[in-house]
Design a protein around this ligand. Structure first.
Ligand SMILES: Nc1ncnc2c1ncn2[C@@H]1O[C@H](COP(=O)(O)OP(=O)(O)OP(=O)(O)O)[C@@H](O)[C@H]1O
Length: 494
C-alpha cells in the first residue's frame, strides 16, 4: 500500500494501473494543485539496483523532453526502498487497452495516433534519445485521441552506460526490429520499426509476428523473416511497409513517418468523415514522402512496390502472397501516379525528387527532413507564445528566417542565395527549388521560435495556387555567414 501522501506533497487518490515495475497512482499535487500520475518503482532490500537505475534513467530521459506527445516526468523521488516517478497524468487508456476492448482501429484513427507518437519520438531523437520500448502499452490515448508516448524506462541518451551487462533483453521482443533481434544496438531506426509494428497491431489486432512464449525463438524469427503484410491496413499499408523495412538504412526516418501519417490524417479531416476516405486512395499512396536517408538510391526512384512490408526470404508461399500484394500496390501506385500527374495543386507532391517530398505540407524549401547537425534545445510552443519569447541574441536568426520567407515565393533567386551550397546540393538544382515555389501563391510566417542557437522554428501558412491553404512548423538550421546567415538544412516539426 502506498502512503497517503508521497514526499509530503502528492496526495494519493487511487491506483490507475499496474506495470512490470510497479503500480501507477493518481495523486493530487498539493503544492501546485494539479493531478499527477505517480509510478512506484520497487527496490526491495537486497535486490540489485537495476530497477532504481532504470527508473532514474526514465526520469532523466523524459524530463529533458517537453513535448505534447511525450508524457512529462516532473520529479523522481527516492523514498525508502522505492522510487516515485511523478508524471503528467493522462486520463485515458493505453493503445493496447483500446485495441483489447474495442477491437482493431480504423487505419485513419491509427494513423492519427501514430502521427502524434511519431512527433514525440522525433523530438526525442533530435536530442539523442532512443525510446527503445515503443509498443501499444506505452502509448496513452485520451478520449479526444490525444496520444502521448510514455515509459522511457529503457531509453537512454548517447553516452549512457549500457543497460545490460550480459545480453539480458530489454524492450519488448514482439516489437524488436530485425537488427535488434540480431543483437545490434537500438537506434532511432529501431524506434521507427517498433512504431510500425505498433500501428500494425493497432489495425490488425495482433503484432506483425505470431505470439510465442519463447522469446529467443521469436527473436530469431524476427531476425530472419519479414512480417506478413497486414490485411486491414488500408491507407496505412504503405507507411507500415516503409516503417517495417527490414533494412534500417532504407527504413523511413521518424520524420518521414510523422509526415506520412499526418498527411493521412489531414486528408481524412479534409474528407470530412473517416468512412469517406477511399482505402489506399491515389494521393495517399503516391504522395507519401520518400525518405532521403538511403544515399545509394537515386532520388525519387523509390516506389511502394520497391519497398514491400516483407522482402522475400525463400519461402515460396509467402513470396507468392507477397508478390500478389505487391502487384496490387503497384496498381494502386500507378493509379495514384495518374491522379497525381493530373493535379498540380499539392505543393508537397509537386516538387518531384525524393528530397522534396519529405514534407507533409508545402516545404519552406524543398528539402529532406534530415537529422540536423545542430541539436535543437527546446521544443516549439504555440505560435502565439513564440515570437515574444525570442531573446535578444535569437532575434537576428528569427528575423533572418522571417526575411527568407518574405522574399518567397516571388523572388526565388534571392531565396536560393540564402541557402548554403551544401543545402543547395541536397535539394538538387535551382530549377527544382523554383518549381516547388511556383506552386505556392503566398507563404505567411505566423510566428517564429528559437529552437537552438542556430535553429529557428517557423510557423508557416501556405496558400497554394488553387487557393487552398496548409500550415506547418518547419525548423530551419542556420550557419553564420559574414554579417548574416545561410540556411544549412530544414526539418518538418509539425
Ligand atoms: N502518466 C500516466 N497517466 C495515467 N495513467 C498512466 C500513466 N502512466 C501509466 N498509466 C497507467 O498505468 C499502467 C501501468 O503503467 P506502466 O508504465 O507501469 O506499465 P507498463 O508500461 O506496462 O510497464 P513496464 O513497461 O514498466 O513493464 C498503464 O497501463 C496505464 O494504464
Amino acid at each position: 500500500m502506498p502512503p497517503e501522501t508521497i514526499a509530503g506533497r502528492y496526495h494519493v487518490e487511487r491506483e490507475v494501473g499496474r506495470g512490470g515495475m510497479g503500480s501507477v497512482w493518481l495523486c493530487r499535487d498539493e503544492l501546485l494543485g494539479r493531478a499527477v500520475a505517480v509510478k512506484q518503482v520497487g527496490r526491495l532490500p537486497g535486490e540489485s539496483t537495476t530497477d532504481l537505475a532504470r527508473a532514474m534513467r526514465e526520469a532523466r530521459s523524459s524530463a529533458a523532453l517537453n513535448h505534447r506527445n511525450v508524457v512529462a516526468v516532473y520529479d523522481a523521488i527516492e523514498e525508502g526502498d522505492h522510487i516515485w516517478l511523478v508524471m503528467e497524468y493522462v486520463p485515458g487508456r493505453t493503445l493496447s487497452q483500446i485495441v483489447a476492448a474495442d477491437g482493431p482501429l480504423p487505419p485513419e484513427r491509427a494513423a492519427w495516433i501514430g502521427a502524434q507518437v511519431a512527433d514525440g519520438l522525433a523530438a526525442a531523437h533530435a536530442r539523442g534519445t532512443v525510446h527503445r520500448d515503443v509498443k501499444p502499452g506505452n502509448i496513452l490515448v485520451t478520449d479526444e485521441d490525444l496520444a502521448k508516448i510514455s515509459d522511457f524506462g529503457i531509453a537512454r541518451t548517447h553516452g549512457d552506460a549500457t543497460l545490460t551487462q550480459s545480453g539480458m533483453v530489454t524492450g519488448t521482443p514482439a516489437y524488436f526490429s530485425p537488427e535488434q533481434a540480431r543483437g545490434e544496438e537500438a537506434s532511432p531506426a529501431s524506434d521507427v520499426w517498433a512504431l510500425g509494428a505498433t500501428l500494425y497491431a493497432a489495425v490488425e489486432g495482433h503484432g506483425p509476428y505470431p505470439e510465442q512464449p519463447n522469446a529467443l525463438a521469436l527473436l530469431s524469427r524476427i531476425a530472419a523473416e519479414p512480417p506478413t503484410a497486414p490485411e486491414r491496413a488500408g491507407v496505412l499499408a504503405e507507411p507500415i511497409g516503409r516503417m517495417l523495412d527490414p533494412d534500417p538504412r532504407s527504413r523511413w526516418a521518424m520524420a518521414d513517418a510523422s509526415h506520412a501519417l499526418h498527411r493521412i490524417h489531414d486528408r481524412n479531416a479534409e474528407a470530412g468523415t473517416r468512412e469517406e476516405l477511399p482505402v489506399a486512395s491515389g494521393p495517399a499512396t503516391t504522395a507519401l514522402p520518400v525518405t532521403a536517408v538511403a544515399p545509394e538510391e537515386p532520388a525519387g526512384a523509390t516506389t511502394t512496390a520497391e519497398r514491400p512490408v516483407a522482402e522475400p526470404t525463400g519461402r515460396r508461399g509467402r513470396r507468392r502472397a507477397l508478390l500478389a500484394a505487391l502487384g496490387v500496390l503497384v496498381l494502386v501506385a500507378a493509379i495514384g501516379l495518374l491522379w497525381w500527374a493530373s493535379t498540380t495543386d499539392d505543393p508537397s507532391t509537386s516538387a518531384g525528387p525524393s528530397a522534396e517530398r519529405s514534407s507533409r505540407s508545402p516545404s519552406g524549401s524543398p528539402s529532406a527532413s534530415r537529422t540536423p547537425s545542430q541539436t535543437p534545445t527546446t521544443q516549439s510552443p504555440s505560435p502565439s507564445e513564440t515570437t515574444s519569447n525570442a531573446g535578444q541574441t535569437s532575434g537576428s536568426t528569427q528575423k533572418f528566417v522571417t526575411g527568407y520567407y518574405g522574399v518567397l515565393p516571388d523572388d526565388t533567386r534571392s531565396g536560393w542565395a540564402m541557402l548554403s551550397s551544401g543545402f543547395q546540393k541536397e535539394i538538387g538544382s535551382y530549377g527544382k527549388y523554383r518549381g516547388f515555389w511556383n506552386s505556392i501563391d503566398s507563404v505567411e510566417v505566423t510566428g517564429t521560435s528559437q529552437a537552438g542557437p542556430n535553429a529557428v522554428d517557423a510557423f508557416l501558412t501556405y496558400t497554394r495556387q488553387d487557393g487552398s491553404t496548409a500550415s506547418e512548423v518547419r525548423r530551419l538550421f542556420l550557419e553564420q555567414s559574414g554579417d548574416g546567415y545561410l540556411i544549412t538544412g530544414d526539418q518538418l516539426e509539425r
